[in-house]
Design a protein around this ligand. Structure first.
Ligand code: PGA
Length: 252
């Protein structure tokens, strides 16, 4: 059975106190072993997040990192800095990074390589724009993005990888992809991995959905066979909503 995963991406939200309050509440929840829960606070709160979650199965994830190990890169954070505070997972390729911070395929690929080569787990995001979908080009666009992500990966690196399908038009808009739309993409992605590698590997990769996931739509979205969990923005800022989304994956 594939790992079920729920990740809260807090983006540039929550100051120190808000972060700690939310983490303290989360540290008390009982999540089943089959469900992996991760949270991604801002950089400045990562270290305290690791401490607060020390005795909890919830893992701390960075929202971004640079592809170089160190050097003259003002404002950037390296994998070494993350690993030395016990943050061993990172989100790469989020559409906000691609669009607002102009991260292109080359940058994303380099970041993925640096993370994988340094024993970090990677949550890799991809997804089409509304324009792509309206022009019925979404499958083509997803295939292109996926190709960049998976070309020259080694089979043994897949155990460090979680994929996240995040249609740009669904992020933060309150308009989620329908369960059918999301399932279509997840199935397509799994089929492409099976062609590029093999079916049993494709069947083992967790593929999450992200984009306006809320307590009132998560159960139905998670019920689809190729959807293994969610990457949650807005709703992960509320303990009640996030906890209820965690509970809904349990019904899968
Ligand atoms: P949202 O964000 O849940 O607020 O739509 C999802 C994401 O950006 O990962």
């Amino acid at each position: 059975m594939r790992q079920k995963v729920i990740i809260g991406n807090w983006k540039m939200n929550n100051d120190k106190k808000e972060t700690e309050d939310l983490l303290l509440k989360l540290s008390k929840i009982n999540c089943k072993k089959e469900i992996k829960v991760k949270v991604s606070p801002s950089y400045v709160n990562l270290e305290s997040a690791v401490k607060i979650l020390e005795n909890s199965p919830i893992e701390v994830v960075a929202q971004n990192m640079h592809y170089e190990e160190q050097g003259a890169y003002t404002g950037e954070i390296s994998y070494k800095m993350l690993k030395c505070i016990n943050v061993n997972s990172v989100i790469i390729g989020h559409s906000e990074r691609r669009m607002i911070f102009s991260e292109n395929d080359d940058i994303i690929k380099r970041k993925i390589n640096t993370a994988l080569n340094n024993e970090m787990d990677v949550i890799i995001c991809f997804g089409e724009s509304l324009e792509d979908r309206n022009k019925k080009k979404h499958i083509e666009i997803i295939s292109k993005q996926l190709d960049v992500i998976i070309s020259d990966l080694k089979i043994n690196q897949w155990k460090q990888i979680i994929l996240a399908y995040e249609p740009i038009w669904a992020i933060g808009t309150g308009v989620n992809a329908t369960p059918k739309q999301a399932q279509e993409i997840h199935k397509h992605v799994r089929a492409e991995i099976a062609i590029a590698f093999n079916k049993s590997l494709a069947d083992s990769v967790p593929i999450l959905y992200g984009g306006s996931l809320k307590p009132n739509n998560s159960e139905e979205i998670f019920s689809k066979p190729d959807i293994d969990g969610g990457l949650i923005g807005g709703a992960s800022l509320s303990f009640e909503d996030f906890n209820s989304i965690i509970k809904s994956i349990d019904k899968k």
